[in-house]
Design a protein around this ligand. Structure first.
Ligand code: IPE
Ligand code: IPE
Ligand code: MG
Length: 233
């Protein structure tokens, strides 16, 4: 079912660990369930007609977790982007994209990510972006350093935007955070400047298609002013 709604939806997936703990499972089981949910929601979003879906899977601050949990999360692309999943994304014409730092992740993880980009590059449907080892501050610092290295003397908004990881993505229309917290945790701070924010108490592993639809319906009732005044006011 295609629904009227936002062009670019971004999701801070959160609550995997608390979901697992509540079921008496290990936190890593929560991440496993959370990874499955990414695919479910991506396919649902594509069917709803969303053009861009960006999912925050690992932040530059998530390296502060235990070595075991970090290793598990760093190996997640190997499980999430196997041939079977890539086939399902291809069938739905979903193009995979990545934003974030690539210098710290294990070589095998980077290889899988790059491979999934290559295998889906000709798809014409929804762009599914994984924010993986992404942080808005790291993104801005690396953009500024690249601008300096290119000896660009004066910077304007377009030059800055073109040096961000998101240079090929439109601004975020709807930013969803399940898991009960009401903060941005260093996600797309520049690109979400006029995003509508939607918070849900559901943990990510149970944030299903109905929850996504509810967020979009809520978005459709918002009045986006972008600093101006709309006709009926
Ligand atoms: C989201 O779930 C996954 C990542 C941040 C990598 P969490 O692991 O943050 O789950 P909670 O917030 O501890 O429940
Ligand atoms: C945000 O979740 C980061 C990702 C979803 C990748 P966290 O669980 O890391 O956020 P905080 O620590 O609660 O702010
Ligand atoms: Mg969390």
């Amino acid at each position: 079912m295609s629904v009227k709604g936002p062009e670019h939806v971004a999701i801070i997936l959160d609550g995997n660990g608390r979901w697992a703990t509540a079921q008496g499972l290990a936190r890593t089981d929560g991440h496993e369930q959370g990874a499955k949910q990414i695919k479910t929601i991506a396919l649902a979003a594509s069917k709803m007609g969303i053009k861009y879906l960006t999912i925050y899977c690992f932040s530059t601050e998530n390296w502060n977790r235990s070595v075991g949990e970090v290793n598990y999360l760093m190996n997640m692309p190997q499980r999430l982007l196997q041939n079977k999943q890539i086939n399902d994304f291809n069938n739905e014409q979903i193009r995979i994209n990545h934003i974030g730092r690539t210098t710290k992740m294990p070589p095998k993880t980077l290889e899988i990510l790059q491979d999934s980009l290559a295998k889906t590059k000709d798809n014409k449907g929804m762009v599914l972006t994984f924010a993986f080892d992404y942080g808005a501050v790291e993104e801005m610092v690396s953009a500024i350093n690249n601008i300096i290295a290119e000896k660009i003397p004066v910077v304007d908004e377009t030059i800055l935007a073109n040096h961000l990881y998101t240079k090929d993505l439109p601004l975020v229309d709807l930013l969803i955070r399940p898991g009960g917290e009401k903060r941005l945790s260093n996600f797309l701070l520049f690109q979400s400047r006029y995003a509508e924010l939607y918070f849900s108490d559901k943990y990510w592993p149970e944030f299903d298609e109905k929850c996504l639809l509810a967020a979009i319906m809520d978005y459709n009732n918002r009045n986006r002013r972008f600093g101006g005044i709309t006709d009926n006011e």
